[in-house]
Design a protein around this ligand. Structure first.
Ligand SMILES: [Mn+2]
Length: 306
C-alpha cells in the first residue's frame, strides 16, 4: 500500500488523471517517496482513449481520503477534491488554477499560471535532467493538448507549447493531429444522456455565499449540439433544484469555431448578464472567442458577484 496518494479533482479530466499518474511516478522514482496515483471519480472517454493509446493503467479509485496522506494535483479547492479531504493530511499541492486554499500547516504549494498541470510535471523531469519515460511523455503531452484545447485556449502559454513540442518529439507524434484525435474521443454528444453531458466536466464554486455549478463540454459542431439544448436545460434545472444552486451554467464550447454557447439556469441570471454584458435569451448566450472556463468564465462571474 502506498504511503501517499497523488490525486486530481472530482469529475477528473485528462490533465487531472495523467498528471497524477506522472507525478506519482516522479515522486517514486526520482524522490523515493512511496506514492501512488489515484482518481477521485470515473474517468472520461478522452482520458480512457489516452491511457489506452499509451498502454497505461487506469489509477484506482480513492473513495474516501480520510486519514490518508495526499498530494493534490490540478486543483486546490476543497469543494473540488476527493471525498474525505477534510480529514486527510495534505503534503503538497501542484496546480495551475486560482488559489482558494487554507491549511493549518506549512506545506509545499506549487502553482504556476500555465495551461496545464502536466506542463509543471514535465518541467520537473526536465529540471532534473532526467529522461521522461515514453508513456509518461505521451500522457503528459495528451494532458497539455487536452487542457489547452490543442494550444487554442486563452490559458495556453508559450511554456506549454514548448514543453508539448519537446514531449511530442520524444513520442514521435504530430501534436496538432494527435490533439484533434484526443478531442474527438470526447467531443461527440451522441449516445450520451443530458445528465452525462452536464456532469462529464462539472465544477462547483461558491461566490458570496451563492452555490454555483459550471459544466463544460467541447464539441466539433455547435449547431448539432444545440439540438440537445432544451434537454440539457431541463437537466440543469433538475440539478439546480436538487442541489440548491443559485446558478448553473453549461458551456458548449465549439473547438473549431472557437466560441461558447453558455446555457444558464437559476435565480442569478442577472449576474451572468452583468459578467458578459449580453442578454441571456431562451436560456443561453453566445460568447465569441470564449473557450476557457477557468480564465474567461469564472473570473468575470466572480467579479460580477462582487
Ligand atoms: Mn488542468
Amino acid at each position: 500500500m502506498a504511503d501517499v496518494y497523488v490525486v486530481g479533482h472530482k469529475a477528473p479530466d485528462t490533465d487531472s488523471v495523467c498528471s497524477a499518474i506522472a507525478y506519482a511516478k516522479f515522486k517514486r522514482e526520482v524522490e523515493g517517496v512511496n506514492a501512488e496515483a489515484a482518481r477521485a471519480d470515473e474517468i472520461n472517454p478522452e482520458t480512457e482513449y489516452v491511457l489506452n493509446y499509451f498502454k497505461v493503467n487506469v489509477p484506482p479509485l480513492l473513495k474516501d481520503a480520510k486519514g490518508k496522506k495526499l498530494i493534490l494535483v490540478d486543483h486546490n479547492e476543497f469543494a473540488q477534491a476527493v471525498n474525505g479531504v477534510e480529514n486527510a493530511e495534505i503534503l503538497e499541492v501542484l496546480d495551475h488554477h486560482k488559489i482558494d486554499f487554507k491549511y493549518p500547516e506549512p506545506i509545499l504549494f506549487h502553482a504556476e499560471p500555465v495551461g496545464s498541470t502536466a506542463t509543471l510535471v514535465a518541467k520537473k523531469y526536465f529540471e532534473k535532467g532526467i529522461k521522461v519515460p515514453y508513456e509518461v511523455a505521451g500522457i503528459l503531452l495528451a494532458a497539455i493538448l487536452s487542457d489547452t484545447v490543442v494550444f487554442k485556449s486563452a490559458t495556453c502559454t508559450p511554456v506549454d507549447r514548448e514543453v508539448a513540442l519537446k514531449l511530442a518529439e520524444m513520442v514521435k507524434v504530430d501534436p496538432e493531429r494527435f490533439g484533434i484525435e484526443i478531442k474527438k474521443a470526447k467531443a461527440s454528444l451522441r449516445g450520451k444522456t443530458a445528465s452525462e453531458i452536464l456532469m462529464a466536466d462539472f465544477k462547483d464554486y461558491e461566490f458570496k455565499g451563492v452555490k454555483v455549478g459550471v459544466g463544460q463540454v467541447e464539441v466539433f459542431d455547435l449547431q448539432e449540439a444545440l439540438e440537445r439544448k432544451k434537454e440539457i436545460l431541463e437537466e440543469m434545472e433538475r440539478k439546480r433544484s436538487e442541489g440548491k444552486y443559485g446558478l448553473i451554467l453549461m458551456m458548449l464550447t465549439d473547438i473549431i469555431k472557437e466560441g461558447t454557447e453558455l446555457l444558464a439556469v437559476g435565480e442569478r441570471i442577472d449576474v451572468v448578464e452583468k459578467a458578459f454584458g449580453k442578454r441571456v435569451k431562451d436560456g443561453s448566450v453566445y460568447l465569441e472567442g470564449v473557450m476557457s472556463r477557468k480564465k474567461e468564465v469564472i473570473p468575470p462571474l466572480e467579479k460580477a458577484f462582487g
